[in-house]
Design a protein around this ligand. Structure first.
Ligand code: PMM
Length: 284
C-alpha cells in the first residue's frame, strides 16, 4: 500500500486504500456518460464525491468504453480543464484521466496532483518525455490498444503472467525515458482487452502484480464482468445501476489484498469497505 513518490502529503500518508471517485465529463461513457456534461454540474458532482469520502476525484473527458473512437485534443481540453480548475479552487484533490501529454500538462498546471493514463504512455508518444520533465505521480494502466479494437486483443495463454510482463515493460519504458519508477502506480486495466474470466484471474492474483514492487490501482466499478456475474435468468448482464454492491465487494477484497487505490463511481460504501479492510489487515 506504499504511496508513489510525488503525492501531496495528505494522500501519501494514508494508512488505508485510497478511494478515487470517477467523474466522467463525457457524453458517452458506459455508465455515467452525459450525466455531468457541463462544467458546473461536473464540479458539483466532484464536490459531492469528495464530501462522500473520495480522496481523489478522477476527471476524464474521453470515453474509453469498448468501441469508442477518439476525440480531438481541443474537445478533450474543453471538457476537462474548467472542471479541474473548479475542483482545485474548491480544495478537491484531482487526478486527470487522459492519454494525452498536452491535456495532462494543462491539468497539472491547473493543480491536478496525479495523471491517470489508461494507455500507460502508449497512446501518445509525447507522454513519457513530458512526464520526464515534471514530478507528478503517474498511473500506468495495462493497455493493448484503442477502445475500438481492444475487444480483438483479449487473447491470453496466461493472463496474469502476460499482464504482469507487459506492465513490467511499461516500467522499463518509463525508466528509460527518465521517469522515476517510484512515481509510478500500476493498474491491471480491468475490462480493457480482457474478457470476464481474465478480469477475475487478475483480481484473484493481485499479489503477482504487486511483486512488481509498485502500488496498484484497481478499477472494477460497474464494469461488464460484474454485470455478467450478476446476469439474470435470461443471461442478460445486470444493468449498470445494479452493479455497485458487487463493486463494493471487489473494493473490500482488493483492499484486503493490499492495493493502494480503488477507482469507483459511488464512493460511500467503498470508503466503508476500505476501513473494514484496514481493520482486517491490522489484526495480528
Ligand atoms: N477504467 C476506465 C477509465 N479509466 N483508469 C484506470 N486507471 N483504471 C481503470 O480501470 C479505468 C480508468 C473506464 O471506466 P469508466 O468509463 O467507468 O471511467
Amino acid at each position: 500500500m506504499r504511496a508513489p513518490r510525488g503525492l501531496p502529503l495528505a494522500l501519501a500518508d494514508l494508512d488505508r486504500t485510497l478511494v478515487m471517485g470517477i467523474l466522467n465529463v463525457t457524453p458517452d461513457s458506459f455508465s455515467d456518460g452525459g450525466r455531468w456534461a457541463d462544467a458546473e454540474s461536473a464540479v458539483e458532482r466532484g464536490r459531492r464525491l469528495h464530501a462522500d469520502g473520495a480522496d481523489l476525484v478522477d476527471v476524464g473527458g474521453e470515453s474509453t468504453r469498448p468501441g469508442a473512437g477518439r476525440i480531438s485534443i481541443d474537445d478533450e481540453l474543453g471538457r476537462v480543464l474548467a472542471v479541474v480548475q473548479g475542483l482545485v479552487a474548491a480544495g478537491v484533490p484531482v487526478s486527470i484521466d487522459t492519454m494525452r501529454a498536452q491535456v495532462a500538462d494543462a491539468c497539472v498546471s491547473a493543480g491536478a496532483v496525479l495523471v491517470n493514463d489508461v494507455s500507460g504512455g502508449r497512446a501518445d508518444p509525447g507522454m513519457l518525455p513530458w512526464l520526464a520533465t515534471c514530478d507528478v505521480p503517474y498511473v500506468a494502466m495495462h493497455w493493448r490498444g484503442p477502445s475500438d479494437v481492444m475487444e480483438d486483443l483479449a487473447t491470453y495463454d496466461d493472463v496474469v503472467a502476460e499482464v504482469r510482463a507487459e506492465l513490467a515493460a511499461r516500467i522499463g519504458a518509463l525508466a528509460e525515458a527518465g521517469v522515476d519508477p517510484e512515481r509510478v502506480i500500476l493498474d491491471p486495466g480491468l475490462g480493457f482487452a480482457k474478457r470476464s474470466p481474465h478480469n477475475w484471474q487478475l483480481l484473484r492474483h493481485l499479489d503477482a502484480l504487486a511483486e512488481l514492487g509498485r502500488p496498484l490501482l484497481v478499477g472494477a466499478s460497474r464494469k461488464r464482468f460484474l454485470g455478467d456475474l450478476l446476469a439474470d435468468g435470461t443471461g442478460e448482464p445486470r444493468p449498470f445501476d445494479g452493479r455497485d454492491a458487487a463493486g463494493d465487494a471487489v473494493t473490500a477484497l482488493a483492499a484486503a489484498a493490499g492495493v493502494w487505490g480503488v477507482r469507483v463511481h459511488e464512493v460511500g460504501a467503498s470508503r466503508d469497505a476500505v476501513l473494514v479492510a484496514r481493520a482486517w489487515r491490522e489484526q495480528p
